[in-house]
Design a protein around this ligand. Structure first.
Ligand code: ADP
Length: 414
């Protein structure tokens, strides 16, 4: 099957066309046919990129004012006689949509019918910045590809196994019942993929393992995957909680926020921007939200950059310890995401001193400049194994789309 994976943001559409099927999943022989993105939707010079393995990148800068035009452009590019990879849109068997928030309604991926769409809309108030674009993407894609199944894959779904003692906040219970305020967690597709890869690489069923995954990208979260299920994760009601991120604060005393709102006379939207856009690595360093730039600056002696790195690693280390405690130990620790996959320094600093709990990183393996792809970076003596696993959320979305189409994942009620 050829599956189109769509990830629609407020001003962007990222896409991949992936060939996969139950057999190809089993053989791990599914393959990327093409991928690309449309950025700056809403401008007269949107940026369209289109990559086919083995070919040079194709680039366009047309006027694209809204998502419908963007996805039509994607469909046209895929079938383009010169740059395209298929002859006809009818060759596409299904569309998989990344949807950020599935609330408490979705614990798995699902075919989208009217009822599912209605429930996705009900989750908008939980993710006002993300779900509207995801839903808009689905609505126009359904019009452009009307005759094939569409599937929603939720960032939150994997974490629906969290028990109440990890997903509830210690607020009056009525706040949860009335407003849905609880911890949901995000990056579920990525954490799930890492656990799946550990199972495949080690040959040990994930139901026998205690895995900690650290997805460190622009957004960062860690997850305690206890015997195959998400037991706890650092992101909460929104992606703001937990680890320090590029521009998000992560954990903070809510009373500190109330204090700043009062003292600076901030509106709620301004406080939101402060915590989500001006904090984290950027806020501490005053230089950048980009870990590469911070490492370069710190190496040249910039103390603020060094402090941002120190705080980032310390926060992560605390959660690794907490999750090992929550699971009664840890068998595997996985690093993924742009920082997790590429920064030997952050990996080393985050597990420094954790030998007492069986985590010993091998400095040479960890820092090997030639190393690429999935690899183990722990010492041979390390009781728990430490890994780098490049995440592949689009692959998971394509595979779940196939599983929904063939019925391995049961259809939603009509
Ligand atoms: P997103 O969450 O938007 O998908 P990525 O997973 O691509 O983002 O992660 C982006 C982060 O990864 C940035 O902070 C970037 O600086 C960092 N990063 C990428 N390559 C390296 C590297 N070689 N060393 C350190 N950090 C890196």
């Amino acid at each position: 099957m050829k599956i189109l994976v769509l990830n629609c943001g407020s001003s962007s559409v990222k896409f991949q066309l992936i060939e996969t099927s139950l057999e190809l999943i089993e053989q791990r022989a599914d393959r990327l046919i093409a991928k690309g993105s449309v950025e700056k939707i809403g401008s007269s010079h949107a940026i369209v990129t289109f990559d086919v393995p083995g070919r040079e990148r194709h680039r366009e800068t047309p006027e694209i004012l809204e998502h419908r035009v963007a996805i039509e452009r994607v469909a046209r590019l895929l079938c383009d006689p010169e740059h395209g990879v298929i002859g006809d849109p009818k060759e596409i068997d299904g569309v998989g949509h990344r949807v950020v928030h599935g609330g408490e309604k979705f614990a798995n991926s699902t075919l989208i019918n009217d009822r599912v769409l209605h429930e996705m809309k009900e989750c908008i108030e939980l993710a006002p910045l993300h779900n509207p674009a995801n839903i808009r993407g689905y609505t126009v894609a359904r019009q452009i590809f009307p005759d094939i199944p569409h599937v929603a894959v939720f960032d939150t779904a994997f974490h629906q196994t969290m028990p109440p003692h990890s997903y509830l906040y210690a607020l009056p219970r009525v706040i949860h019942r009335r407003h849905g305020v609880r911890r949901y967690g995000f990056h579920g597709t990525s954490h799930r993929y890492c656990a799946y890869r550990i199972e495949k690489i080690t040959g040990v069923d994930r139901e026998e393992l205690r895995i900690i995954t650290a997805h460190l990208g622009n957004g960062c979260s860690a997850c305690a995957i206890d015997h195959g299920k998400s037991l706890d994760t650092t992101m909460g009601f929104t992606p703001l909680e937990g680890l320090i991120m590029g521009t998000r604060s992560g954990d903070i005393d809510p009373a500190a926020v109330l204090h700043v709102i009062a003292k600076e006379e901030l509106r709620l939207s301004e406080a939101n921007t402060l915590l989500n856009k001006h904090s984290g690595l950027l806020g501490i360093s005053g230089i950048s939200n980009d870990m590469r730039e911070l490492q370069t600056a710190a190496a040249k002696g910039n103390e603020d950059a060094q402090l941002a790195i120190d705080m980032f690693c310390y926060r992560l280390k605390k959660y690794i310890g907490a999750y090992a405690a929550a699971m009664g130990g840890v068998d595997h620790l996985v690093f993924t995401g742009g920082i997790g996959e590429n920064s030997a320094l952050i990996r080393e600093r985050s597990v420094d001193g954790l030998a007492f709990m069986g985590l010993e990183i091998d400095p040479a393996r960890n820092a090997d400049p030639e190393a690429r792809g999935e690899r183990q970076i722990s010492m041979a003596t390390s009781r728990a194994k430490i890994w780098v696993i490049p995440t592949d959320e689009e692959l998971v979305i394509a595979r779940d789309t196939v599983r929904c189409i063939v019925g391995v994942i049961p259809p939603p009620p009509a």
